[in-house]
Write a protein that binds this ligand. Structure first.
Ligand SMILES: [Zn+2]
Length: 153
């Protein structure tokens, strides 16, 4: 089975609007940390994951990966009813993450407006941080490259 891919709209450098309704936010850390937004043009879902939560950054950095609609729907259906079985939810979440395609894109999102400030392909070989949301940091060099050479603040 081919890996899930993003639709052309979400994979565009011109992406500026990404609807992140509260019901698609799976985990939060001062805003969305893991979410299943849908494309405004074609409705295809994607997996949005926080990759840099540095408080000194004006924007928050996320990765974006493709997701098959049936996988997103299955997860939402299985977890919608607020099951208090945390172990089951963790299993469902692992299954969902395993279904997602490669983290193809990096997005800088304004935390106040949720506007996409910048969208770009994930640089080849760029490792994305894992672990607790609050500890996630993209390497300074990679973050600066993604920011387009913006001066350090
Ligand atoms: Zn689309």
């Amino acid at each position: 089975m081919p890996a899930a891919a993003l639709c052309a709209h979400l994979a565009s450098d011109e992406l500026r609007e990404l609807a992140i309704p509260e019901e698609c936010v799976l985990e939060a850390f001062h805003g969305p940390a893991l979410a299943l937004p849908r494309c405004r043009d074609c409705g295809r879902p994607a997996l949005l994951e926080l990759v840099d939560a540095s408080p000194e950054r004006a924007s928050r950095l996320y990765s974006l990966a493709g997701l098959e609609p049936r996988d997103a729907e299955l997860f939402l259906r299985n977890t919608r009813h607020g099951s208090c079985d945390l172990a089951r939810r963790a299993r469902e979440l692992q299954a969902l993450l395993a279904c997602a395609g490669p983290r193809e894109r990096l997005l800088a999102i304004d935390p106040a407006t949720r506007q996409v400030l910048r969208a770009a392909a994930r640089p080849a070989g760029l490792l994305l941080p894992t672990g607790p949301w609050r500890e996630r940091r993209l390497g300074a060099r990679e973050a600066r490259a993604f920011d387009g050479g913006a001066p350090e603040t």
